[in-house]
Design a protein around this ligand. Structure first.
Ligand code: MN
Length: 360
């Protein structure tokens, strides 16, 4: 028996409330889950299922992003014939076009959290988040918590599964589906595949082998053309006009592109145009600027070889406002007041004049 500093065994009820993986971490040195990977997934599934009954109406709460959306879909699948009704609700406004493309194309039914009556639901689940992550979640009492973020505290819920070492919560939900012998539909597999892809940054971020196994499992079922469409979708049709403005304004000098686009609806489009111009061969530097609110936003791109976009941005604009970035990519957001210019005084020539004397 392992004993704590007072010589007493750890209180069993405290431990049993902790998820399997977290329990493993908390009690250093002893391995509390000696089941095989497969068996432990099965046990988790049974424990999760045992929380719900035929008469339950269930609300799945998420902070909507690809990983959480996919998890909510998977939970809906896991509980489909086990409860009376399941809805998915989110408190945040979804604005990213990639995420909107996913929601629209996979027809994910979503409610706004502030428009549902929480008391209408007998059980609430939170997935890919913990109750203290958002004020909107804090007042809800959850029956189940499934997440992969660091454990913020010991949660009092009928079912808790938090595995902070997982790259994506979608990887965990794939294990539940497999333990339940439920082959995901193409739509569900596509969502989970995209969820893992986004949260692991195409496996360039922290993840574990389990993420790779779930990803490989989904690979054969998911529609990867659809995933590519989600990834590509970052422009509104109404924003194409900024491309023609950028190309009309484009000035070339000594391996550098300069273009000032004028007022834009969102600075994101400046980034997209800068990245697009950076596709052109023989171009060392790309500088794209636009006006957003009362600021001049400048996007810098370069090859990062014996040059630094971040250093250039701070050299040119650092004394006037936030400016900086990495070797290959940087941005500056300067109040027009600090430049002592109005938006009508600024054109591509201004951008060139401000920046070129700082470049070798
Ligand atoms: Mn996640």
């Amino acid at each position: 028996m392992r004993r704590n500093h007072n010589g007493e065994p750890p209180a069993p009820d405290r431990l049993s409330r902790l998820p399997l993986m977290a329990r493993k971490r908390k009690v250093n040195g002893i391995n509390l889950c000696e089941q095989s990977y497969r068996k432990s997934a099965k046990i988790r599934l049974e424990e999760f299922w045992s929380v719900f009954h035929k008469e339950d109406t269930v609300l799945v709460c998420i902070n909507a992003d690809p990983d959480s959306l996919a998890c909510a879909m998977a939970i809906k699948r896991l509980l489909r014939y086990r409860v009376k009704y399941i809805a998915i609700a989110h408190p945040n406004e979804v604005t990213r076009l990639n995420n909107l493309a996913m929601i629209e194309r996979l027809k994910i039914p979503l409610e706004k959290l502030n428009s549902v009556k929480i008391s209408d639901f007998t059980k609430k689940i939170i997935v890919d988040s913990q109750p203290d992550h958002l004020p909107a979640f804090e007042k809800i009492s959850f029956a189940a918590i499934i997440d992969h973020h660091p454990i913020s505290q010991e949660w009092e819920a009928a079912y808790v599964d938090i595995r902070p070492d997982y790259g994506a919560a979608s990887s965990m939900l794939v294990e539940y589906l497999r333990a339940a012998n439920m082959k995901p539909s193409v739509a569900l597999a596509t969502a989970l595949f995209y969820g893992i892809k986004v949260d692991t940054g195409d496996f360039e971020k922290e993840s574990r082998l389990a993420d790779g196994i779930s990803f490989r499992y989904l690979f054969d079922i998911a529609n990867r053309n659809l995933v590519r469409k989600f990834e590509l979708t970052d422009l509104r049709r109404s924003e194409l006009k900024y491309f023609s403005a950028a190309l009309n304004e484009l000035q070339y000098s000594k391996g550098r592109f300069y273009t000032h686009i004028g007022r834009v609806r969102s600075p994101d489009v400046l980034v997209i145009i800068a990245d697009f111009l950076n596709h052109v061969s023989d171009i060392d530097w790309v500088l794209v600027s636009g006006i957003y609110n009362d600021k001049l936003v400048v996007i810098f791109r370069c090859d990062g070889y014996r040059k630094s976009a971040g250093k250039l941005a701070s050299r040119v604009f650092g004394h006037l406002g936030p400016a900086g970035g990495h070797k290959g990519a940087a941005r500056a957001e300067i109040p027009l007041k600090a430049l002592e210019l109005t938006e009508y005084d600024i054109n591509t020539q201004t951008l060139k004049r401000l920046t070129s004397r700082h470049m070798k």
